[in-house]
Write a protein that binds this ligand. Structure first.
Ligand SMILES: Nc1ncnc2c1ncn2[C@@H]1O[C@H](COP(=O)(O)OP(=O)(O)OP(=O)(O)O)[C@@H](O)[C@H]1O
Length: 321
């Protein structure tokens, strides 16, 4: 699979000096490698201050690393800044990058001209993308009359105006209410599936990463300490899942024996039905489900799966991301 973003051996420190002397040094990124592949949605996870925004700023060319190599579509900023920037749409930190006294359409006209989008194409793209993000009917309204969710969608339209191939977003749903955030994630999914955009985003919301991302990377101590599909992380961490089931009669010895190959069984209640819980690793989940599904006396089956939150917490002493 093609690599779109390829960062190797990245180092970045923030240094505070007084009278030419270093008084404080914060080594944020240390020997960091990250690869984002074409067509994927990659989620960057980490605690507050882990360095997610710093990395995003380096990838988008806003900040230079102290050391290391950043390649976007195989190109480096020192030689191909213009080409790279024509391929990446960026949504960073809030709605202050919009002009509130202008309409949505005027904002896009302004930024499109700034990004050197040819006039004819700009006109077309403004129509297309404002409709795409669901703001077509409000294109003449001043941005100051927009809700937070509408402003966030306008920021997406602004980033799309150059017809990018990659979209990079720093905490895109922060401050949005549950319903608006849900709609916003649906929009990101459509951009990925319908327009084929590769997406890199940072988030604190693990359910968001689980819902959206094909792969996630966990940033800790200046490096990506773990990376992969959500399923891979679940398997690798071999975290316990609970399979709960109810039978019309007591479990027979053969079935119990077979299940015990994959986990432990706990009898919960024996009223109308016989209820059991199996504690197992996620890698055996399918085996247990298929064993149980063939039982005619099965009346109920539920898997209480491992969430990404459970896994990520494993990587942090503090336990909460
Ligand atoms: N311009 C700056 N000058 C000095 N220190 C900075 C600067 N920007 C960030 N830092 C520090 O670098 C560290 C990483 O910050 P960064 O914003 O990259 O982390 P983050 O993972 O995005 O955090 P959050 O999830 O809270 O947004 C923090 O300790 C922060 O205080």
């Amino acid at each position: 699979m093609d690599t779109v973003i390829n960062c190797t051996n990245i180092y970045k420190s923030y240094i505070k000096k007084r009278w030419f002397k270093v008084v404080k040094r914060n080594d944020v990124l240390k020997n960091l490698d990250i690869k984002v592949r074409k067509g994927e949605i990659y989620g960057l996870l980490g605690l507050n201050g882990a360095g997610k925004t710093t990395l995003i700023r380096i990838i988008t060319g806003i900040l230079l690393p102290d050391k290391g190599n950043v390649e976007i579509f195989g190109m480096r900023y020192d030689k191909h800044e213009k080409e790279i920037k024509s391929k990446i749409g960026v949504v960073m930190g809030g709605d202050r990058s919009l002009y509130w006294k202008l309409s949505a359409e005027e904002n896009l006209e302004f930024f499109g001209t700034l990004y050197n989008v040819p006039k004819k194409k700009l006109k077309k793209n403004i129509e297309i993308y404002l409709d795409y993000v669901g703001l077509g009917e409000h294109k003449k309204d001043l941005v100051e009359t927009y809700s937070k969710g509408m402003k966030q969608r306008l920021l997406i339209a602004k980033s799309l105006i150059i017809d990018p191939e990659v979209l990079i977003l720093d905490e895109p749903t922060v401050g949005l209410d549950i319903q608006v955030a849900f709609e916003f994630r649906k929009l990101l999914k459509r951009l990925n599936e319908e327009l084929g955009l590769t997406i890199l985003l940072t988030t604190h919301y693990l359910h968001e990463a689980e819902e959206l991302c094909s792969r996630v990377g966990i940033l800790k101590g200046g490096r990506i300490v773990e990376e992969g599909t959500i399923d891979y992380l679940k398997r690798k961490n071999k975290m316990e899942e609970v399979v709960e089931f109810k039978l019309k009669t007591e479990i027979d010895d053969n079935l119990e024996k077979e299940i015990l190959n994959y986990g432990s069984i706990n009898k919960l209640s024996m009223d109308n039905y016989f209820t059991y819980q199996v504690r197992t690793s996620s890698i055996y989940r399918e085996k247990i489900i298929s064993l149980l599904s063939s039982q005619s006396k099965l009346t109920f089956l539920e898997v209480k799966g491992v969430t990404l939150e459970d896994i990520v917490s494993n990587y942090f002493e503090e336990g909460v991301i």
